[in-house]
Design a protein around this ligand. Structure first.
Ligand SMILES: [Zn+2]
Length: 68
């Protein structure tokens, strides 16, 4: 039987792109959001309710796929 795990790993090409994100201003909190997923101009951290700081981070590009 052929391994389908192996072919799946080969298809995983990681493409880093600079992405606008929001980082929690609370240094003990590791929470951050992608800007495209935040719906307000100044998001509040969902974990600790602190204000969030706008930053740029190199992240793997999101491949839009039909995931159920
Ligand atoms: Zn936080």
């Amino acid at each position: 039987m052929a391994s389908f795990y192996r072919s799946k790993q080969n298809a995983e090409a990681v493409n880093l792109i600079d992405t606008q994100i929001w980082i929690c201003s609370n240094q003990s909190c590791k929470c951050w959001l992608r800007d495209e997923y935040s719906f307000s101009q100044k998001p509040i951290c969902p974990m600790c309710q602190s204000s969030m700081i706008n930053q740029t981070k190199a992240l793997p590009q999101i491949v839009k796929a039909n995931v159920y």
